[in-house]
Design a protein around this ligand. Sequence first.
Ligand code: ADP
Ligand code: ASP
Ligand code: MG
Length: 407
Amino acid sequence: MALIVKKFGGSSVATPDKMRAIVQRVLKGKQPGDKVVVVVSAMGDTTDDLVSLAKQITSKTYGREMDMLLSTGEQVSIALMAMAFQEAGQAAISFTGAQAGITTSDAFNKGRILELQPDRIMKALDDDNVVIVAGFQGITGRGDITTLGRGGSDTTAVAIAGAIQADVCEIYTDVDGVYTSDPRVVPNAQKMKEITYGEMLEMAKLGAGVMQPRAVEMGSRFNVPIHVRSTFSEAEGTVIQEVCSMKIKQYLIRGVAQDKNVAKITVLGIPNKPGYAYKVFSELAKKHVDVDMIVQSVRIAKEGVTDITFTIDRAELPAAREVLEHIRTEMPVEDILVDDTMAKVSIVGAGMAGHPGIAAGMFGVLGDNGINIEIISTSEISITCLIGEENVDVAVKAIHAHFFDEH
Ligand code: ADP
Ligand code: ASP
Ligand code: MG
């Protein structure tokens, strides 16, 4: 008897026929006594379509109303999926995030799951239902609907798996596992049999969109094995777990990630005195703008001032602009420059520490391809370069070839 959470992404539930195919697959794999929770995303490109609808009304950010809008996509999917199961003779019930017991922080558009009370899910499972839960959404303590950030259905699925102590959380998607790089960009990327939470988290944070970073964090916290696999084939996928058994080859580098969603902001001529960096970043934090790479450099040519450059997700540019315009009225700043055509390319691997040649290898590949590096940042298990968006595909392919192709 197994307790399993299965999550199906947008392209997997894009049409009624695809939903019916999922029902058949779930029922075929279900042994008597198995309990199954199915988490679904909005159908196809629904979330993108809802975002563009809102853009036709306003360029401002209305967090609460945006979440009211975006959460409708998943609600369509759960109702249809529950009907499809019932049509196939299987008892099923659909739950919104709130009905599934998911309470989040009140950061609209990127709510964090604070608590998950699975009583209602467990009761419905005990009554022999397949339980269908809307991904990507929850509710605040005050009763407002929130969404969990793009790709957030992954996090819903893993959080439920953690709360009900499922044996495994299966993430069904349109690729058959986690690859050494996005297989749509690097055709000869290799599928991994397994990867640790730590490396997958780093890959996801640095742009490998196959998993939402918070889902990986959640898996690690509750020690839920996550199996990423294809909706459209039976092939075994990639297992994300604490310890990997693979000893065949000690990899220095596990993957190459890219993120085209980057904006670079430079605040020129801030007073070089204590407290000014705090002022800039605390104001951004208050508006929930996540800052990524940060570089502060003192101007040799002009005493008393410094320039701060940082990167953010492009989607947060309107919020960041509002904050920076406000800061400008409160402190002397020479200028604020915004470049929304940047991208990040990163290499990830727990084995790279203590191998200084790895960084040099990456920079060399970029140099050989005439690609300028604007900012470099490192963690214990990754190296990231900020480059122009127009160069990112070439960069990823060349870096992948350097580290993975047999020479
Ligand atoms: P879903 O709608 O099922 O959640 P996503 O589009 O969010 O699917 O994630 C799957 C996509 O992630 C793939 O189509 C692939 O292009 C992309 N991707 C990015 N990096 C990787 C990687 N390293 N391995 C596999 N897929 C990746
Ligand atoms: N539908 C949401 C999105 O497109 C959540 C998800 O698919 O995971 O981001
Ligand atoms: Mg996704």
